[in-house]
Design a protein around this ligand. Structure first.
Ligand code: DMJ
Length: 618
């Protein structure tokens, strides 16, 4: 038998207090505390002292992190994206975002940030010359922009379209744009995105995302009045001096790219000034141990940080900001923008972990190495890496051979590892590779590839790139044509087995359509560069499906949940900014008979369809 275990108790006797004899004067409180302290045993006192010391040490050690995180917590919204995400939950969410299978109302992309009403937004002036600590402790120098006025030769002014000269299909696009803009103007003016069903809006960065993304589209479509009204908002309301976290990639391609593109088309210096402002505010993102930028920047405070659950950035995101920052350097004469983004490309050029030129989806901002190795896709998180290799090479006058080398190697890698034909129709598609296992899964996002391949062939690359472009274009069109609504789902799986089902399978979680542009974008390139009118006809079918199933009568267009139900496509109540920035712009250009309208020998489109000039060769 064991003797009963000896138990130690700590007893604390609190004298019962008569409420009538309540005495709270200072000397009584002192005496009473001291008396209680003296009543404690030595063990009790030591334990309390130890506990206090421990708490003090913890407090000192964690203060900077806690205070930053507290700030972040109080500054973000109670919406899904605004909450801190536990690592495992975050990983799960990454996967959901990657596969695109979101629930209704859940946001894509980085954590969303819902700003309070304007008067509650705290405005912080950056650039006061003082260094600031970032979330991860990196010291950030407040930016000093060296400004140089652009020379007239650097501005490619594109005349506004004359309505009388438009084709019927272009007029239909103009009408659709007006309808989308009408909804935005009425229910979401100055906010990020329209929610057309609930006749309200949603915020991501709180910077008028749709309005900025749509500026150059309005110019190209010839919508002068709408353009002038939006310009007034940019001139009087748009301020980047806001204590707000933005995603580096999204704000570069949509805001910086949108402002630069509009400046190049109009020659209006307002847009260049705004572009310089946002560009310089995004620079702290590059202040990392590896120079691979963090995903998020607080544009008011001049601080940058990775997502809360990882120190990784997405490969597509850090390699698809180059066209914009290089253009900004060329316009300002300040090379710091170009140097920062060129460093990223040089680093990735010489990095191990690629597979026949294909890159993994993540890169670590501390050590600069690829992470989550072994998974290769041309879809989400890697897509625009490939697009920007070619487009930077074109932008720079086809001189930067490392970019071309990487692009050509990657296309060979696609052919060798990711290309297959479906059954029974033998559609050529681009699948994915996960640890040497092939998956016949293709994101709609991959449909940028036919256009990029055709553009490369136009700029002198091998003719078989054009052949592949045509084959993939047919596949992307079939992703629309084979559904009940005539609209593509976010993701398809191709059938590899003869005499077994249809070519295209759609999983229940992938049935949504977000009004994405990639297929229309590629149709525009294919038509422009081959002259084959079938691409215009395919585009016209797709356009009519958008009108039929996504137009909201009170204004705007909505993404839908189910492309395979013509009777109930199930609206998601969101009009993404890229519908105006890209989808409608590419429709308009696709239906144009004027091939000099945004000439592909003078301009290169960024990944958000904003045209930037190709640098003139000496
Ligand atoms: C846009 O923001 C850009 O086209 C980006 O490259 C991919 N995602 C959306 C459109 O689908």
């Amino acid at each position: 038998m064991f003797p009963p275990a000896r138990k130690e108790f700590i007893s604390l006797t609190l004298p019962e207090q008569d409420p009538r004899s309540y005495n709270n004067n200072k000397s009584w409180r002192k005496q009473s505390c001291w008396r209680k302290w003296k009543q404690l045993s030595r063990l009790q006192r030591s334990l309390i002292l130890l506990l206090v010391a421990f708490l003090l040490i913890c407090g000192i050690a964690t203060y900077p992190n806690l205070s930053e995180q507290w700030k972040a917590l109080t500054e973000t919204s109670p919406e899904e994206g605004g909450r801190p995400v536990a690592p495992r939950k975050a990983e799960k969410r990454l996967e959901v975002e990657r596969t695109g299978s979101r629930q209704l109302g859940k946001k894509r992309g980085p954590p969303s940030l819902k700003l309070q009403k304007k008067e509650n937004v705290s405005e912080v002036q950056a650039g006061d010359g003082l260094p600031v600590h970032s979330w991860r402790g990196a010291m950030i120098e407040a930016d000093q922009v060296t400004e140089a006025p652009p020379s007239a030769a650097e501005i490619e002014v594109v005349p506004v379209q004359v309505p009388g000269k438009l084709t019927d299909r272009q007029m239909a696009v103009t009408e659709a744009f007006r309808h989308a803009w009408g909804g935005y103007k009425e229910f979401a003016w100055g906010h990020d995105e329209l929610k057309p069903i609930s006749k309200s809006y949603s915020e991501w960065f709180g910077l008028g995302l749709t309005l900025i993304d749509a500026l150059d589209t309005m110019w190209i479509l010839g919508l002068k009045e709408e353009f002038e009204e939006a310009r007034r908002w940019v001139s009087t309301e748009l301020s980047f001096a806001k204590n707000v976290d933005v995603n580096l990639f999204e704000s570069t391609i949509r805001i910086l790219g949108g402002l630069l593109g509009t400046f190049h088309l109009t020659g209006d210096s307002l847009f260049l000034e705004k572009a310089k402002d946002i560009g310089s505010r995004l620079m702290p993102a590059f202040n990392t141990p590896s120079k691979i930028p963090y995903s998020d920047v607080n544009i008011g405070r001049g601080t940058a940080h990775p997502p809360r659950w990882t120190s990784d950035s997405t490969v597509a995101e850090v390699t698809s900001i180059q066209l914009e920052f290089r253009d900004l350097s060329r316009l300002t004469g300040d090379m710091k923008y170009q140097m920062a983004v060129d460093d990223v490309m040089k680093h990735i050029h010489s990095l191990g972990g690629k597979h026949d030129g294909l890159v993994p989806m993540f890169i670590n901002t501390n050590n600069g190495q690829f992470s989550h190795l072994g998974v290769f896709t041309l879809g989400a998180r890697a897509d625009s890496y490939y697009e920007y290799l070619l487009k930077q090479w074109i932008q720079g006058g086809k001189k930067e051979s490392e970019l071309l080398e990487d692009y050509l190697q990657a296309i060979e890698g696609v052919k060798k590892n990711l290309l297959r034909k479906s059954e029974p129709k033998k559609l050529t598609f681009v699948g994915e590779l996960a640890h040497n296992n092939f998956s016949p899964k293709m994101d709609h996002l991959v449909c940028f590839l036919p256009g990029t391949l055709a553009l490369g062939a136009h700029h002198g690359l091998a003719p078989d790139h054009m052949e592949l472009a045509k084959a993939l274009m047919e596949t992307c069109y079939q992703m629309y044509a084979q559904t009940e609504t005539g609209l593509s789902p976010e993701i398809v799986h191709f059938n590899l087995f003869p005499r077994q089902g249809k070519d295209v399978e759609i999983k229940p979680a992938d049935k949504h359509n977000l009004l994405r542009p990639e297929t229309v974008e590629s149709l525009f390139y294919l038509h422009r560069l081959t002259g084959d009118k079938k691409y215009q006809d395919w585009g016209w079918h797709i356009f009519n499906s958008f009108i039929k199933y996504t137009k909201v009568s009170s204004g705007g267009f909505t993404s839908i949940n189910n492309v395979d139900s013509a009777s109930n496509p199930d609206p998601r109540d969101k009009m993404e900014s890229f519908f105006l920035g890209e989808t409608l712009k590419y429709f308009f250009l696709l239906f144009s008979e004027d091939f000099s309208l945004v000439d592909l020998d003078r301009f290169v489109f960024n990944t958000e369809a904003h045209p930037l000039p190709i640098w003139p060769t000496a």
